[in-house]
Each structure stands twice: as structure tokens, then as C-alpha cells.
Design a binder for this molecule. Structure first.
Ligand SMILES: *Cc1c(COP(=O)(O)O)cnc(C)c1O
Length: 426
């Protein structure tokens, strides 16, 4: 019998044996000792699996990564120090200097910078396409040196829903994998691998931790992409790695293990973006209630979006769960139980109305954060996008009056009452 997602949230990844600790132990140790150098040598050669240094692997992290891999229905997973590191590793593991990536333009600002600017300095080019582009536009974005396609299930903060099946089909037609950042819906609301995505990433900082306590990231590989069938495109996986005595990852670790083993053995070794075991432990506490919290976030988001869309002082509401939203049809397909608790909206009174609204909230707290148990709110024109003038804001899809409200898991009535009283002040 396949277990339900709530059981995996609580018990996945770590099943203690007889007389072992019930909770995942925190292995607060940088290093492991061995009786012989021969034994340790085998670990270094990837001849045996085992722990020797926490920058590469740590049992606490591995247990939590295994839980996230189970939740996403993947073959293997790893934790990273942040969501930024997860997306960087996921792309850089298969694409580097001289290569090209196709990405949805509706993605997190940090990931946009990473792909458009920082990775460009490493010699990697990126073509951005709108998530609702035509099939012809998507097709035209590919080049012979394209190595992957990237998108977000629900874009932060644009709240666009990715047509995962369509993007996966386009990627596969060009012999490359689809990487999906599934931070906002979490596997409780959508499992991109079931729709054809090959690799899934997370900022676990958001709903997975859910308590604003620990920055972290995760990568899950489905094990479905056949690297050997496209060996010429992915030499890093299909030809010998001389820094590991000529190991060929796709041969030695198979389709299910190659991607994550290479990302651990090479990228974690060289870039060192490991999550601390303490943070992995905190993340796991969050995961244990993820399936209980997500429905409340979604319920509050839906109720808030419906309330705002009826309010005379509100000029627009973006929320894929609202009938009439540009992404409602895709939301019905990919997010039948709801997507997330984040709602974006604007005011008939423009930027001054948004400023009065922000000042008047009592329960919702101003924070550069989303997807937290506590409701938080941000006015991008006055915070993350502060350096832009009004024309520049409009050009990147953020109107000067737009507010992003991340509904927490408080009681719905109290959240709506707070927003209603703040609207009265305008
Ligand atoms: C926050 C976020 C990131 C970056 O994650 P950090 O943990 O802050 O590094 C990446 N993708 C999405 C969708 C995010 O919301």
C-alpha cells in the first residue's frame, strides 16, 4: 500500500531501529573517525558509502533530504544551505560555460539575477520566456547548446502557474530535463515529477520550515531522465570525472543516483553550500506538520482573495484560486486542493493608498518574507524594488501600488478583520 502524504510528512526519511532515538538525532560533528586509512580511502574514492566530513554529507541532513525526496516522489535528494544554492546547484550540475538555459520569466527575483547575471559571468546564457508564451515562442527559445528548462510551479511574487506538462514536453523534445522550483505549493499541493518534471528544487526557508526559523534549500531528482540517451549533451554525467579517479556518474550510480551523487561529490565539495545539521533538524520539525499547515494557508489565502476582490477600494487581486484569475484554469489542473496562501493586490488610490494600508495593519507584520505561520506583508515598491522608479516597476510587472500578503495559519476571521480595518483608513 502506498502511504499517504501526511504519513510521509511525519515519518518519512527516518525509521529508527530497535532502541534507537525516536527523533532524528542532530549529528553535531564535522568529522567521522575510522580505524584504517584504507577504509577512509574507499569513501574518498566513492567505492563505499559512509560519512567522513559534514561539508559533503551528514546523517541528519540525509534523513531530512530522504523525507523531502519521498514527499516529491523522487529517487534521491540533498539539502543545501539555501534555496539560492539549490537552484544554482541544480542548473550548474548539468550546464556550464558555453551552455544555454531556457527559463520562465516569472520566477523569484534572486533566481532571475542568478540566471540572467551571475551565471552569465560564468559563461552560461539564459533565454527567458513568459510562462504563458505560445508553443512557437517556447520552441524558438531552444538552441543546440540548451541544457535544461527552468520554471516555478507558482511564481514568487507574480503568482503565475507553470504549465508543467507543456514545459516538460518541450524540454524532452530537445533531450533536456525540466527543473521546477516547487517552493510555493510544496509537495502537499503539487508534485511536479508526476507531471513530467525531472528535477525539483525548494527554498525550504518558506512553507517547509514554515516558522521563519531556518534558511535552507533542497534538490530532488526524479531519476527519470536518461542521461546516457543524451550522453553528448551531459558529459559531466556520462564521461569520466578525473577529480574522482575517472568515475562515470551515470554508469556507476545509474539513472536514479547520478545527478545527486555528482552534485554532492563535486559541487558540495567545491562550493560548500551545506545546510547545518541544526537547521536540518528545525526543517524536519516544520515538515512534520506541513500537511496540516498548508490547507490552512490555502484556506486563508482563498478567503482573503475573495474578500479583497469584492472590496470597492481594491483595483486588482492576483490569486490563482480565484475564478477569473489569468492562471485559474492551470491552478484547477495542477493545484486542485489550493496552491499557497500568498495574495497580491492593488488599490484604486494608487501608491498612497498602499502606504496608508501598510501603516494601518495590526496583525499582519511587515517582513521581507513569505510562507510563514505568521501573516506577513510587503509593499515591493517600498522594499525589495525600492530603487526602481514607477515606470521601471510597471515594466517588471510590479505596479507601485501592489502589496503582497502572505496569509499565515491564524484564524481566518481575524486576518480579514485586520485587512478590513486597514482598508477603512484609506
Ligand atoms: C525564497 C525563494 C528562493 C530563494 O530561497 P532562499 O532560501 O531565500 O535562498 C528561491 N525560489 C523561490 C520560489 C523562493 O520563494
Amino acid at each position: 500500500m502506498t502511504e499517504q502524504i501526511g504519513t510521509t510528512c511525519v515519518q518519512g526519511g527516518y525509521r529508527p531501529g530497535d532502541a534507537e532515538p525516536r527523533q532524528i538525532p542532530i549529528y553535531q560533528s564535522t568529522t567521522w573517525k575510522y580505524d584504517t586509512s584504507e577504509h577512509m580511502g574507499k569513501l574518498f574514492d566513492l567505492e563505499e558509502s559512509g560519512y567522513f566530513y559534514t561539508r559533503l554529507q551528514n546523517p541528519t541532513n540525509d534523513a531530512v533530504a530522504a523525507k523531502i525526496a519521498e514527499l516529491e516522489g523522487g529517487a534521491a535528494g540533498m539539502l543545501t544551505s539555501s534555496g539560492q544554492a539549490a537552484n544554482f546547484f541544480a542548473v550548474f550540475n548539468i550546464a556550464g560555460c558555453g551552455d544555454h538555459v531556457v527559463a520562465s520569466s516569472a520566477i523569484y527575483g534572486g533566481t532571475y539575477n542568478l540566471l540572467a547575471h551571475t551565471m552569465r559571468r560564468m559563461g552560461l546564457e539564459c533565454t527567458f520566456v513568459a510562462p504563458d508564451c505560445s508553443d512557437e515562442e517556447l520552441e524558438a527559445a531552444f538552441r543546440p547548446n540548451t541544457k535544461c528548462v527552468f520554471g516555478e510551479t507558482i511564481a514568487n511574487p507574480a503568482l503565475a502557474v507553470l504549465d508543467i506538462e507543456r514545459f516538460a514536453q518541450a524540454a524532452h523534445a530537445h533531450g533536456v530535463p525540466l527543473i521546477v522550483d516547487n517552493t510555493f505549493p510544496t509537495p502537499v499541493n503539487c508534485r511536479p515529477i508526476e507531471w513530467g518534471a525531472d528535477i525539483v528544487t525548494h527554498s525550504t526557508t518558506k512553507y517547509m520550515d514554515g516558522h521563519g526559523a531556518a534558511v535552507g534549500g533542497a534538490i530532488v531528482d526524479s531519476g527519470n531522465f536518461d542521461w546516457m540517451a543524451h550522453a553528448d549533451k551531459f558529459p559531466g554525467l556520462t564521461t569520466p570525472d578525473e577529480t574522482y579517479h575517472g568515475v562515470v556518474y551515470a554508469e556507476k550510480f545509474g539513472q536514479a543516483g547520478a545527478f545527486i551523487t555528482k552534485a554532492t561529490a563535486q559541487l558540495m565539495r567545491d562550493f560548500g553550500c551545506i545546510q547545518s545539521p541544526q537547521n536540518a533538524f528545525i526543517l524536519n520539525l516544520g515538515l512534520e506538520s506541513l500537511h496540516v499547515r498548508m490547507p490552512q494557508h490555502c484556506k486563508n489565502g482563498q478567503a482573503m482573495a475573495e474578500f479583497l476582490s469584492q472590496h470597492p477600494k481594491i483595483s486588482f487581486v492576483k490569486f490563482p484560486g480565484l475564478p477569473g484569475d489569468k492562471y485559474h484554469e492551470l491552478a484547477k489542473k495542477y493545484l486542485p486542493n489550493g496552491g499557497c496562501g500568498v495574495v497580491s493586490f492593488g488599490f484604486g488610490g494608487g501608491r498612497p493608498a498602499a502606504e496608508t494600508f501598510m501603516k494601518s495593519l495590526k496583525l499582519a507584520q511587515i517582513a521581507t518574507h513569505v510562507a510563514d505561520a505568521r501573516t506577513c506583508v510587503l509593499h515591493p515598491a517600498n522594499a525589495t524594488h525600492r530603487q526602481m522608479n514607477d515606470e521601471e516597476l510597471v515594466a517588471c510587472g510590479i505596479s507601485p501600488d501592489m502589496v503582497r500578503l502572505s496569509c499565515g495559519i491564524e484564524s481566518t476571521e481575524d486576518l480579514i478583520a485586520d485587512v478590513a480595518q486597514a482598508l477603512e483608513q484609506i
